[in-house]
Design a protein around this ligand. Structure first.
Ligand code: CP3
Length: 346
């Protein structure tokens, strides 16, 4: 039997159609491991200035597509532009990650705007609009946001921490305050994704990078339900646009998450056994993942074996080849090329 190649294999896989070879993209595929990214990044005064300048963000989005021929391009931006547009002070210290003016009480929450400053985010929509025509015809365009829990955890701690304890403590001690913050983020993020879709995003991904630090009851309340509400709001405005969720670390709670979130696909982290995910998750759900980013750094036999295990493990399903978390800055470009050649010849 011969397969006719769909116009965009990534979107076909998201629609639940198993592809003869899985489409490929990598989380954080644009960025510091690429010399051409470092070159343009050095021209911006700050990381946020870079994120709000379409000439930079269009180019950064296209760089990994030109170099590797991935099946999907992800908008170059950051999940923390939403708190920035809500009026929180956000900056990125080089080598140290994000710094935000922490929200720890009702007064801090009251300083946030009721909705994001859409004018501030207009470069994001302009970036998507320009990418529509700049991308090759078979490459899909992905928009994204952070999940409410993950974004809230940065807004409260003011930075990344090993286990996002500050947000977990506030959620226990001041649940009403925390719920109000989560609600604000559900509304803002749903509208933000709807506007990205209107500007040209053909699929959207919700990054819940800190989903794995919560116990089951808190996981359901602060991760699953807000993501489900966010997805329902996006679907009300753009019923046909597929939504991918990446609940990193959700482990034994993946089936609960998948059952409630209303998404088209689940991104799986490195710790998930592919066969277990195939068995546990509904058959119409596309699965994305989950090569260890460190295997991509290591290269050689570890990389080849890792790739083959991912391909075999998800082989029976609509699968999108990806990493189990973002690509690391120290990743050699040659290893990404090797990975592409191996996945493409599978
Ligand atoms: O995938 C892509 O190529 C698109 C770009 C993208 C960035 N951040 C660019 C970026 C995406 C999708 C993100 C998502 C993001 N941002 C997440 C979720 C995914 C994940 O990795 O867990 C999170 C938690 C953030 C918040 C964030 N932004 C952190 C913690 C950091 C510092 C750590 C780090 O990786 O540097 C950032 C900065 C950031 N975002 C950089 C890039 C390329 C590095 C800054 C620079 O280039 O100067």
């Amino acid at each position: 039997m011969t397969f006719s190649k769909p116009a965009k294999p990534f979107l076909a896989a998201l629609a639940g159609q198993r592809q003869p070879r899985p489409p490929v993209w990598l989380m954080r595929q644009a960025g510091r491991y690429l010399p051409e990214y470092r070159e343009i990044r050095a021209r911006a005064a700050s990381f946020l200035d870079f994120c709000y300048t379409p000439a930079f963000t269009v180019e950064a989005t296209l760089q990994p597509i030109r170099r590797f021929g991935f099946d999907a391009a992800i908008l170059f931006s950051d999940i923390l532009v939403v708190p920035d547009a809500l009026g929180q002070t956000v900056s990125f210290e080089s080598g140290e990650g994000p710094r935000l003016d922490p929200i720890t009480d009702a007064e801090g929450l009251s300083r946030l705007k009721a909705e994001p400053d859409w004018q501030k985010l207009s470069p994001v929509f302009e970036t998507l609009d320009r990418l529509k025509t700049a991308l090759p015809g078979d490459v899909a365009l992905i928009g994204f946001c952070g999940a409410p829990w993950t974004v809230a955890s940065y807004m409260i701690a003011g930075r990344g921490t090993p286990d996002q304890a500050p947000a977990r403590l506030i959620a226990y001690r001041q649940p009403n305050l925390f719920a109000a913050l989560i609600d604000r983020l559900v509304e803002a993020s749903a509208e933000y994704l709807a506007r990205q879709i209107a500007a040209g995003a053909e699929a959207v991904q919700v990054f819940d990078s800190w989903a794995g630090v919560l116990p089951p009851a808190e996981f359901e309340r602060w991760c699953v339900k807000p993501v489900a509400a966010l997805v329902a709001k996006v679907k009300a405005k753009a019923p046909k646009t597929p939504v991918i969720a990446f609940p990193r670390g959700a482990a034994t709670q993946l089936a609960k998450f998948a059952g409630m979130a209303g998404v088209s696909a689940i991104g799986l982290d490195t710790a998930v056994e592919p066969a277990a995910a195939v068995a546990a998750l509904p058959g119409d759900l596309a699965l994305q993942g989950n090569l260890d980013p460190l295997a991509l750094v290591a290269g050689g036999a570890a990389l080849d074996e890792g790739i083959d295990r991912v391909l075999q493990g998800f082989g029976s399903r609509a699968h999108i080849f990806n990493l189990g978390h973002g690509i690391l800055p120290e990743t050699p470009v040659a290893h990404v090329e090797r990975m592409m050649a191996r996945v493409r010849s599978a």
